[in-house]
Design a protein around this ligand. Sequence first.
Ligand code: TRP
Ligand code: SF4
Length: 403
Amino acid sequence: MSPSLERRVLSGMRPTGMLHLGHYHGVLKNWVELQHQYECFFFVADWHALTTEYENPSGIADSVWDLIIDWLAVGINPGEATLFVQSRVPEHAELTLLLSMITPLGWLERVPTYKDQQEKLKDKDLATFGFLGYPLLQTADILIYKAGHVPVGEDQVAHIEFAREVARRFNYLYGREPDFKEKVEEAARKMGKKGAKLYFDLRKRFQERGDNEALATARAYLESQHNIALGDRERLLGYLEGSGRVILPEPQALLSPESKMPGLDGEKMSKSYGNTIGLREAPDSIVQKLKTMRTDPARVRRQDPGDPDKCPVWQFHSVYSGDEVKAWVQDGCRNAGIGCLECKQPVIDTILAELAPIRERAEEYVKDPDTVRAIVAEGCEAARDVARDTIAEVREAMAVVYR
Ligand code: TRP
Ligand code: SF4
């Protein structure tokens, strides 16, 4: 894949209500970092929400705006990243349809989330075409931007693997032009005699000896060539790597650093466990939740010693506190030198301080829906420009062109 596309990142989130600290520490902080290093596309996966919420879709629209506001509030910058809504870029649907023609049914049936989710969400009838096709829609989301990296959690890795297989099959079926070799040679000549020789030598080293350094050098060299057209670059890359022309590059999962964000009960923070602290939650409510959260049951009275390892408050200290405070907790808890409320105070202070600017920025955006809508409209347009180009290539490859 061309290095510039390898530097393109895409990720999506389903609009399922307000975000909480678990999302912030698990996903969004990572996105904020990525936007400085990569060309990022972040989108609200509203069609994906419909796959499970089709009986009661009226809440999705509000969640879409809440999600965008939460993103902006945590520092996703529309000047750096492209923010958009999936259904506003209908090319995702066309690509899903076209890819569905080449996707074996068995591949979809074997994606682990298909059966898992059906088991888990028993109150919903998920024996639908849309739900079965979920991973293919996700594949189209990714491939339509030719994204090189997809930041996701562990639970989504199988979907990215699926996307890679679909891309590979697509390239296999449609990247084999009858006169591929001739076209490669023609493209190589555009790099000059020396350049072409370098390219073929490096390819040989990679193909015959598995020399990965040669592969990397050749890729970088191709990237530095500014006077070759995109199609030619894809041919040269495809020939280099031993495939045909790569039309839809295979994406890679970019595993998010595992979030250790505990919930109020010490389990992973999650809406379904009812143990969350919302990103825009009122300070009183946060204080109340933290003050009443469970501690080590051994500490019935103030003078009973405790064990931080048996206390969810300690997990918050692990995330938020420095060494000094941690030592103070360890000692004070085990020796009954501090009370639990006292112990919670630094956590309360840190969380309130962390969330105050987020809540304030969110309030600004809530008061100014026009700005939010303008940001999204602009993002959708920018995303569509890219998506249209890919769809044109895909139509061409699949011979869905009538001139
Ligand atoms: N399936 C993802 C989730 O449930 C959301 C999603 C949809 C997504 N399309 C995507 C994530 C494309 C990454 C890339 O979390
Ligand atoms: Fe938990 Fe702190 Fe109380 Fe110990 S002192 S039980 S770590 S809240």
